[in-house]
Write a protein that binds this ligand. Sequence first.
Ligand code: C5P
Length: 222
Amino acid sequence: MIEIAIDGTAASGKGTLAKKLSLKYKFPYLDTGLMYRMVAYDLIYQKKKYSSNLELESCKTAKKIDFQQSENIQLRSEEIAELASKIASFPDLREILNSQQIEFAKKNKKKYGGCILDGRDIGTKILPNANFKFFINASVEIRAKRRLLEKNISFLHENDEKCMLQSLIIEINKRDVSDVKRKVSPLVPAEDAFIIDTSLIDANELLSIVTNIIEGSSKKSD
Ligand code: C5P
């Protein structure tokens, strides 16, 4: 049974990699960042973003959410990302989400022979014995450009584009710092992770590097 753990910085390409690996190997995958985003989204919707006990509110909210993943474009906004990163520093909330992630892995390994999880602490905390661990990163400028492209804005004046890019760089940097510096489950590569910089490669090249590692390694162990 195969566990694949993918961690990395925001917009580094880890989510796309996880989806592509899931299609290739027919293992279900879980975008754990989306779980934090769903809690953040519900907090905003319930007008509890500024609650004086945000940790308690986020735990209550998380317990009510059905995390069957449905892609909702609003979950991808920077406002949601910022709040997701803030609440991700709450240990009690992490415990609630961690147990669901571990359960997902257990269930799908049994059912499909493997699973893929992506996030920030998958290789270090959720699947410490994963068969393969990858840590994906890229320069912040490249990541901001990718996020801008994802927004699919058909026409932007050159100055507006520069402005949006600059604010994305600031937002992504801020989130990196808070993810790396928090006390619980900070964003760090697992000691045994393959670290891959995607600044100069595209999603297909990344997939090919990763599948070579996976398949090369399984050949060795045959
Ligand atoms: O991956 P994504 O950008 O959707 O994650 C949103 C936020 O959720 C991250 O900035 C991070 O703070 C948090 N997160 C986390 N642990 C995970 C996945 C996401 O702390 N396993």
